[in-house]
Each structure stands twice: as structure tokens, then as C-alpha cells.
Design a protein around this ligand. Structure first.
Ligand code: PEP
Ligand code: MG
Length: 883
């Protein structure tokens, strides 16, 4: 079989589509050669050789040697020099090149082919013995380190002592004679370390380097990198052997790196750095200050050293030409490496350039508008998750960070503030004009107020769907959750982490996009939703078929959702409205009531508030559908948590505190998530849902009348497991509607539907659909109940599960398609069989996750609903799913 692919001299055996076989670097070198660009000739040993090598006990295929030697001969022909020749030696580089780029993970050897004789040939040919011996010592150093395992520092020590013995400071101060002495000492060192001399046979050198590159595929660094980036080890690496060109042969030589556009802003300007008389590693090593490529960039930066455009205008023009050709050919921003040898340009690499989210957006839009790519391609190119970077303030990447802890990146964005340890303190401090970060072991619904006024939320316990995480995402507040190394002491008002102590009032910074927690204030930068953003989102909306709604209950959330393009509310969690300080007393009175009459009395006080909530939401949503979920959580969550609050409620309700305590005990549940919640509350206390339904219809009638627009309430029953539950509650709602319509003398259309949050509901969806006008998959609970894993307690062991590959992703963040997804599919099919026009949506956290959104598209849902800040991400993901 064919193991070796040659390139150079205006042609190549490979091409860019062959990345799996030739690796990214090899495939693109071939492509550049095919395009007629100046690529030093070379060949690629395929990734299949790597795989062969590892599956056959570290031996090469039998016919590899002959193929390598033939390819080498071809390089010699093109270059007019000979590998190992004393008069006119060919030197080569040997580099790794995997399918996916693994920067800095594997090994490279330059200047291979030098020995005690060929170095003389190189000196004579280049008329520069200093250059030749400098190259030889670089080669010995690199080869010994990479191939022979003689550590780098031995050579550094030798060079340093030579410099100090001879009063020399910089490498450039050393003469040819100096390098000769250093080379001799290097070789001596190798012999001392290995007990054998540095290899002088060029073929041995070559095979040593090839073996080292294949070997480096299995080094610890590379293994770790692959694990972190999901790169399978079966992919293997290719090896690229290529004629050396020299950027360090004099002042008409140079080396540099460039991006065809600005990778941080996306601006269509040539962006890069170069160094005169230097080899590639010198640019990266940071010893000399690289110079700007273009005069415009140099002037903008106020730099003195001349640009490449000024120093070597003719070569620069060639490079500009290459830039144009590569962009036109690859139709994407490229990241280039080049070398100039004696005023001739050579291209060493091209690949798709990494960029910021802002740059990705600008480049995609610019290229589509210039007709270089289609609008669909532009939409496909933006990673939905990356939009997050554009929607929230982010930490200034240039600022210093003093790490305190890390947790889950639960809600993106950055925030700094003074540490407080309770929601009350958060509100108190905020009233005094302080910016605060709320630090809790975990949060609960009564912390809402404190969470709302905080800049950010930090918890030591809980996962991606913990209360803190869900609420913070909903509010667009940055949140780091489950930072397990934090030791929080509520009594002392301190937290300890990584040997550091933080007291109440100390300033910390959260990076909700990475999960990092820093001491002190780290400066942030504000996002700008530029014109490109709007343009791209316009294309997105014309492509997608899934509708995108938001999970929102406050007017602020609803407005944010509209601002980000939500097409309605998919989930309004009404219990969040019950915690408002102005009504919590009445709510508690309702819970304490000993009979229905007492409850109705208290509910009558709450109803006007509820009605106003819905009036505001309907007004903001201007006729778009609003799905309102009736009360869900267990009642005990509304009871006061401490004695002071108990007394307050007792006084207001005119009850004895002992009654309250007894009620508290009575309502206590061992497993509240599976307890008296959801529609079970509605079944046992129908007057609660009745009050909510009235409030909804009265609000709807009022807004419809005032605005003259249609109002589309969709009332949703939570945690249904049987058709009968739904039937009983639908009756309550229909009755409330009839009464409100009769009293007001008007009527309007509304829907009653259900959440599908229990496996039983999914399996009996055919029957449930007889009564439900729509299903909304509550995948937070559906995941919890299908996996039998608590959404609040699974963080710690799920992390281990992920590491062990039991679940690939956190199933509370990205839908478990195999299990939970199967139930969704069953429910969708059975539901639609009963009711073909059944409306289907999802409102769990997964509604904002791109992979889960793609799944929703496949199974034919009508819409996804997610927190307001994820709406643009969901729109983009929906468009990509439709392509
Ligand atoms: C769900 O369970 O997916 C859901 C949306 O409801 P909640 O998160 O309020 O339980
Ligand atoms: Mg739920």
C-alpha cells in the first residue's frame, strides 16, 4: 500500500480533503503545492503508518523504507542537493501533524542531515560558517532532546558557561569559532550521557526523528490533550519531512506568522509578525521583539521597528498574493507560517485560524456579504455557545487573576463584588449602595430577592441544574456553582479555599464562563451587539423552523427575552411570583389555613397581585403565546426559615407560633422532589389553581380589551402522571374561564396543556393527549425521574461518571438522548397519534443546549424554551439543526 505522499515543485499527491490520512499540516501543504504556492518540497508519512506501528508492536510496514527513500530522492531532485552530501547537503525538518491540531504537544526536529562533514559543506555553500555551526548546534540540541532523551538544560548550561568564560551576552555575539567550540562540547555531553556518540549517519538521524514523532503520539502530554479535546488515540499522527529553508542566513532572510484577517476583531486586515534573520522558534521564544507585517499595523501600534512591508516590499507583495489566494481557496481566515530565504518566500503552513467569537461573527458576515461563502455556510460556521461571549460582560483577558477556587461554569459572564453570606445581607448591602456577590452553600427559592440584587452567585454545592444555576441563568447573573473546595462558615461569615481566607465584605470576582473564582476585582469589558450580530441573526431566523421561546416570569426577564428575539414565553414559573416580599405573608397565611375557607380567604389577597403579574407579561409579550405553569413546588418551601420570620408571620396571621411550628413539621417531607408538589397540590387544594386561573383570565381579558390585540394564554399543569389528574384540573380551569368570560362579557382563546416530566406521562401520552392541547417537556424533572438521579445532589458523583465515560455529558445540561430522548420520542409519537395538531415544546434547561436543540428538531418539536440570555444561542442552534 501507499504509505508516503510527496509534495513540492508545483504538484502534490495529496490534497486538503485528505486530513484523516495526511493530518492537517500534511494535507494543507499538499493543497498549497497544488495551488502552485512556494512550498519547500517534502513528503508526508500517513497516519495509517502510526496506527500500523502501534498495533504491530512498534514496527513499520515492510515497504515503508523504500517509499521514504524514493520520496527523498524526489526532494533532492527539486532542491538540487543531496541528503548526506558533503558538497551540497540537503537538510530537512521532521514534524508531527495530526488530524486535529494539537499545538505544542508533539515533537519537531529541524536542520536534520547535519554532521561533522555536511556542516562544512553548508558553510562553504552559504559562505557563512557562523550560520552553519549555529545550525549544527541547534540541531544537536533539538535532536538530543527530542530523539535521544538528553535534556535541554545540559546544553543551556554549556552555552551559558561558554558565554560567561568569553564575556559574551547574546547568541548573536558568538562567532563561528565560538559555535564550533560549543558544538564540540555538545557532542561530548551526548557521549557522556548516552555512552555513544551523536549519530553521524544521516539516514539514522532521519529514522530516529521519524520514530520520535510517532513515539510522541503516546507521550503523557499528548494523551492528556487528547482526553481533554475528545481526540481518539486511533487517529494517529502523520509525519512530515520537508526540505529546510532558512530564515537565518542573513538580512535578506526572515521568518514569521500571520493571520489573513485580524483574529481578535475579525477586521479584514493582514495581521502578523516577523523577524529578520531568524529561525521560526525565535519568533515564538520571545527573546527578540517581533516586528509588524504591515505599515498600517506598525503605525497604529506606534512601534518604531520597521514593518516587513517597509523592509522587504517585494517579498511582502508575494506574501499578500499568497494571502489572497489562500482565502479565496479555503474561503476562511487562515493562520500562516512562512520563511524568507535570500529574498525568496516559502510557505511552511496554512490552517484555519482560531478566533474570538466577535471575530468569528464578523468574518462570517463579511465573507457572506462579499459572496465568498453562502449565508448558510456563515450560519453553520458560528459555534452557538460562543455567542455567550458576546452577550455578557467578560473579564478583561489582559488582566491579572488571583485564583481562589473553581466550580462549574453555571451561568456565563463576569462579576466582581463584596462577599455576603445570606440573601438578606445581599439586599441590605445593596440598599447601602454596595455591589455584592452572594456566597451560599446552596440557594433555595427564598433567596431569590438576594440573588436578584447580587452581581453574581457562588455556591459550594450543586450542579448545572441546581437552584442557583437555573435561577442565575434565568436572570443573566453570572454564577459559579458547586465549587467544592470552598469551606463556608455562615456563623463566622468567612470562606476558606486553597489556603486563603475571605471575610464578609472582601471583594472577589466570578468568571461564570470558566467557573473560576478570583480574589479582588478583575476588570471587565462590556459586550457590544454590533450590526454583524443583527445581520447574522436575520439569516438565522430565515433558516430555522423551530420556534424559540423564553423561560421568564418577571417583567425584566420578559423584556430581555423579547430583546433577544424570543417568540413567546414557554415557561412562566408562577411560584417565583409567590416569594415577592409584598405577598409572602398572604402566601404563608394560605398555607397555614386549617380549612378550605381559610385558604380561599388568603388566596383572595394574593389574586390581585397574580393578576397584575400576568397583565404585565401579556403587555410585554404583545400577543405572542405565554405559557403559564401553575404552582409547582412543595408548600413547605414557602414557610419561614427562622424564628424571627416565624414570629412575623404569626403576628400578621394572628396565629400562635406553636401552630406554625406544628404546621412546619407536618409539611416536612423526606423527599420533597417526589412529594406533594406539582399538580398534586392542585388535586388536593384545587382552590389554588382556581385562583391562578382566574388571575390569568382576568388579566388576559383586560389586556385584550385595552390593547385590542389577541392575548394567547397557554395554561400548563406540572408533574402530571395520569390523564385523570389533567382532566380534574382542566375542569377547574375551564370553569374559572367560563366565569371570568361571563362576568366580563367577552371571551378569548386559550389552551390547557401539560408538562411531560414523568416517565409515566411519556408512556401514557396517547391518553393524556386526549385532554392536553400541548405538551411541554420538562426535561429537568424528566431527567431526574428517568435516571433516578436527584437534580440537586448529583453534581459530585456525576463528575466521576463523566470521567469514567458512563455518561459523556452532564445529563442535566445536555439531554441524555438515548434514555430521556427515547421517552420524548415515544411521547411525541403517541401524543400526535391521538391529536395530530398537538403542540410540542421543551422547557427544561436542555432547551438552551445546542446538541439537545438538534435532537428536538429531529423528533419534530415545534419550539424550544430557554432562559432569556440563551435565546440567541438557541436561535442559532435551531438554524444549524435545520440545515
Ligand atoms: C423541568 O422540570 O424541566 C421544568 C422546566 O420545571 P422545573 O425546573 O421548574 O421543575
Ligand atoms: Mg419540573
Amino acid at each position: 500500500s501507499k504509505w508516503v505522499y510527496a509534495f513540492g515543485g508545483g504538484a502534490a499527491e495529496g490534497r486538503s480533503g485528505m486530513k484523516n490520512l495526511l493530518g492537517g499540516k500534511g494535507a494543507n501543504l499538499a493543497e498549497m503545492a497544488n495551488l502552485g504556492l512556494p512550498v519547500p518540497p517534502g513528503f508526508t508519512i500517513t497516519t495509517e503508518v502510526c496506527t500500523y506501528y502501534y498495533t504491530n508492536g512498534n514496527v513499520y510496514p515492510a515497504d515503508l523504507k523504500a517509499q521514504v527513500s524514493a520520496a527523498l530522492t524526489q526532494i533532492e531532485k527539486i532542491m538540487g542537493s543531496t541528503f548526506g552530501s558533503i558538497d551540497n547537503p540537503l537538510l530537512v525538518s521532521v514534524r508531527s501533524g495530526a488530524r486535529a491540531s494539537m499545538p505544542g504537544m508533539m515533537d519537531t526536529v529541524l536542520n536534520l542531515g547535519l554532521n561533522d562533514q555536511t556542516v562544512e559543506g553548508l558553510a562553504a555553500r552559504s559562505k557563512d560558517p557562523r550560520f552553519a555551526y549555529d545550525s549544527y548546534r541547534r540541531f544537536i540540541q533539538m535532536y538530543s532532546d527530542v530523539v535521544l532523551g538528553v535534556e535541554h538544560h545540559h546544553f543551556e548550561d554549556i552555552l551559558d558557561s561558554h558565554k560567561s568564560d568569553h564575556d559574551l551576552t547574546l547568541d548573536t555575539d558568538l562567532s563561528a569559532e565560538d559555535w564550533k567550540t560549543v558544538v564540540a562540547a555538545y557532542k561530548e555531553k551526548v557521549k557522556e550521557e548516552l555512552g555513544r556518540p551523536f549519530p553521524q549517519t544521516v539516514e539514522d538521524q532521519l529514522w530516529g526523528a521519524i520514530g520520535a514523532v510517532f513515539g510522541s503520539w503516546m507521550n503523557q502530554r499528548a494523551i492528556t490533550y487528547r482526553r481533554l479535546h475528545d481526540i481518539p488515540s486511533e487517529w494517529g499522527t502523520a509525519v512530515n519531512v520537508q526540505a529546510m529553508v532558512f530564515g537565518n542566513m542573513g538580512d535578506d532572510c526572515a521568518t514569521g506568522v500571520a493571520f489573513t484577517r485580524n483574529p481578535s476583531t475579525g477586521a479584514n486586515e493582514f495581521y502578523g509578525e516577523y523577524l529578520v534573520n531568524a529561525q521560526g522558534e525565535d519568533v515564538v521564544a520571545g527573546i527578540r521583539t517581533p516586528q509588524y507585517l504591515t505599515t498600517a499595523a506598525r503605525q497604529a501600534a506606534g512601534a518604531d521597528l520597521p514593518s516587513m512591508e517597509e523592509v522587504m516590499p517585494r517579498v511582502f507583495a508575494d506574501l499578500e498574493d499568497v494571502r489572497r489566494k489562500l482565502e479565496a481557496h479555503f474561503t476562511d481566515m487562515q493562520d500562516l507560517e512562512f520563511t524568507v530565504q535570500q529574498s525568496k518566500l516559502w510557505m511552511l503552513q496554512t490552517r484555519t485560524g482560531k478566533r474570538t467569537a466577535a471575530a468569528a461573527l464578523k468574518i462570517a458576515v463579511d465573507m457572506a456579504e462579499a459572496g465568498l461563502i453562502s449565508k448558510e455556510a456563515a450560519v453553520r460556521r458560528i459555534e452557538p455557545g460562543a455567542l455567550d461571549q458576546l452577550l455578557h460582560p467578560t473579564l478583561d483577558p489582559k488582566a491579572e487573576r488571583r485564583l481562589l477556587a473553581h466550580g462549574l461554569p453555571a451561568s456565563p459572564g463576569a462579576a466582581s463584588g463584596r462577599v455576603v453570606f445570606s440573601a438578606e445581607d445581599a439586599e441590605l448591602w445593596t440598599k447601602k449602595g454596595e455591589k455584592v456577590i452572594l456566597v451560599r452553600i446552596e440557594t433555595s427559592p427564598e433567596d431569590i430577592g438576594g440573588m436578584h440584587v447580587s452581581q453574581g452567585i457562588l455556591t459550594s454545592r450543586g450542579g448545572m441544574t441546581s437552584h442557583a444555576a437555573v435561577v442565575a441563568r434565568g436572570m443573566g447573573r453570572p454564577c459559579v456553582a458547586g465549587a467544592g473546595e470552598l469551606r463556608i462558615d455562615y456563623r463566622a461569615k468567612t470562606l476558606k479555599s486553597m489556603g486563603q481566607e475571605v471575610k464578609e465584605g472582601d471583594v472577589i470576582t466570578l468568571d461564570g464562563s470558566t467557573g473560576q473564582v478570583m480574589l479582588g476585582a478583575v476588570p471587565t469589558v462590556q459586550p457590544e451587539l454590533t450590526g454583524d450580530f443583527g445581520t447574522l441573526m436575520g439569516w438565522v431566523d430565515s433558516i430555522r423552523t423551530l420556534k424559540v421561546r423564553a423561560n421568564a416570569e418577571t417583567p425584566l426577564d420578559a423584556r430581555t427575552a423579547r430583546h433577544f428575539g424570543a417568540e413567546g414565553i414557554g415557561l412562566c414559573r408562577t411560584e417565583h411570583m409567590f416569594f415577592d416580599p409584598s405577598r409572602i405573608i398572604a402566601v404563608r397565611e394560605m398555607i397555614l389555613a386549617s380549612d378550605e375557607e381559610g385558604r380561599r380567604h388568603a388566596l383572595a389577597k394574593i389574586q390581585p397581585y397574580q393578576k397584575n403579574d400576568f397583565v404585565e407579561l401579556f403587555e410585554i409579550m404583545q400577543g405572542l403565546p405565554v405559557t403559564i405553569r401553575l404552582l409547582d413546588p412543595p408548600l413547605h418551601e414557602f414557610l419561614p426559615g427562622n424564628d424571627a420570620e416565624m414570629e412575623e408571620v404569626a403576628r400578621a396571621a394572628g396565629t400562635d407560633i406553636a401552630v406554625l411550628r406544628a404546621r412546619n413539621t407536618q409539611l416536612h417531607e423526606a423527599n420533597p422532589m417526589l412529594g406533594h408538589r406539582g399538580c398534586r397540590l392542585g388535586i388536593t387544594y384545587p382552590e389554588i389553581y382556581e385562583m391562578q386561573a382566574r388571575a390569568i383570565f382576568e388579566a388576559a381579558v383586560e389586556v385584550a380589551r385595552k390593547s385590542g390585540k389577541t392575548v394567547s394564554p397557554e395554561i400548563m399543569i406540572p408533574l402530571v402522571g395520569t390523564k385523570k389528574e389533567l382532566d380534574l384540573l382542566k375542569e377547574v380551569i375551564d370553569r374559572a374561564a367560563a366565569e371570568v368570560f361571563k362576568a366580563s362579557g367577552t371571551t378569548l382563546d386559550y389552551l390547557v396543556g401539560t408538562m411531560i416530566e414523568l416517565p409515566r406521562a411519556a408512556l401514557t401520552a396517547g391518553a393524556i393527549a386526549e385532554s392536553a392541547a400541548f405538551f411541554s417537556f420538562g426535561t429537568n424533572d424528566l431527567t431526574q425521574t428517568t435516571l433516578g438521579m436527584s437534580r440537586d445532589d448529583s453534581g459530585p458523583f456525576l463528575e466521576v461518571y463523566r470521567q469514567r465515560g458512563i455518561y459523556e455529558h452532564d445529563p442535566f445540561a445536555s439531554l441524555d438522548q438515548e434514555g430521556v430522548g427515547e421517552l420524548i420520542q415515544i411521547a411525541a409519537e403517541r401524543g400526535r397519534k391521538t391529536r395530530p395538531n398537538l403542540k410540542l415544546g421543551i422547557c427544561g434547561e436542555h432547551g438552551g443546549d445546542p446538541a439537545s436543540i438538534a435532537f428536538c428538531q429531529r423528533v419534530g418539536l415545534d419550539y424550544v424554551s430557554c432562559s432569556p440570555y440563551r435565546v440567541p444561542i438557541a436561535r442559532l442552534a435551531a438554524a444549524q439543526a435545520a440545515l
